[in-house]
Design a protein around this ligand. Structure first.
Ligand SMILES: CC(C)(COP(=O)(O)OP(=O)(O)OC[C@H]1O[C@@H](n2cnc3c(N)ncnc32)[C@H](O)[C@@H]1OP(=O)(O)O)[C@@H](O)C(=O)NCCC(=O)NCCS
Length: 190
């Protein structure tokens, strides 16, 4: 696997590191209160201790080592601010070479194209560096912002997966938006 780093026009995508503690804590303090049910919004400051950050880094590193889950911080190239995260989740090699795409932008940066830039960067990272063949985003049918983003990324609507995720105490349906590497200009190599 190549280095876990992807640069786009305005952003750098990379895993969080020990040196990012203050940037991580500041990012939370700048968030607005939650804007919708998919947005955490600003969380209590007590959740942003050095011990919790260390545990988070360990968890994310373990997931990468197992080749299961890659969560990358979305950093602003100019200011160094942490603006959100993008993820390749449930990585499966075997016969599918696939993952689920995750994207979260801190709500104080919404509507400026950062979500699209970061998610597009992650899709290219998945196909080019991680050598995956298929990327799928599962979106709850009422998550309008996420649906708009999935469409604007050029992902294909493939259908509804019934009771796909257990969240907020219930099994929820997700509309699947997907792409294979050929659609983003990559040739599949075994
Ligand atoms: C979904 C999310 C990542 C979008 O981030 P963002 O930075 O605001 O997105 P962008 O500014 O890049 O906008 C992407 C597209 O969404 C559309 N969009 C943005 N804001 C919109 C709004 N208020 N209403 C309708 N469409 C909107 C635009 O059409 C844009 O496409 P375009 O660039 O082709 O015009 C962000 O709202 C978020 O983190 N939400 C909470 C977490 C979440 O729902 N994650 C997804 C779980 S499946």
């Amino acid at each position: 696997m190549a280095k876990l780093l992807k640069k786009t026009k305005r952003l750098i995508l990379r895993p969080l590191e020990t040196k990012d503690f203050e940037v991580w804590r500041t990012a939370n303090s700048k968030k607005l209160p939650s804007q919708n049910k998919w947005d955490d919004g600003r969380l209590p400051e007590k959740d942003f201790t050095k011990a919790k950050f260390k545990a988070l880094l360990k968890e994310q590193s373990d997931h990468r080592k197992a080749d299961q889950y890659y969560r990358l911080g979305v950093f602003n190239k100019k200011t160094g601010a942490l603006m959100g995260t993008v993820s390749a989740m449930n990585v499966v090699r075997g016969v599918t070479h696939s993952c689920y795409l995750g994207y979260f932008i801190n709500n104080n940066y919404w509507g400026q194209g950062y979500g699209k830039e970061a998610a597009l960067g992650m899709i290219h990272f998945c196909f080019k560096e991680m050598k995956l063949h298929r990327v799928e985003a599962g979106v709850e049918p009422t998550n309008r912002r996420s649906i708009m983003l999935a469409k604007s990324l050029g992902l294909r609507k493939e259908g509804l997966k019934k009771r796909m995720i257990f969240l907020r105490g219930a099994w929820l349906d997700c509309t699947m938006y997907s792409a294979t590497c050929e659609e983003f200009g990559y040739k599949w190599k075994t």
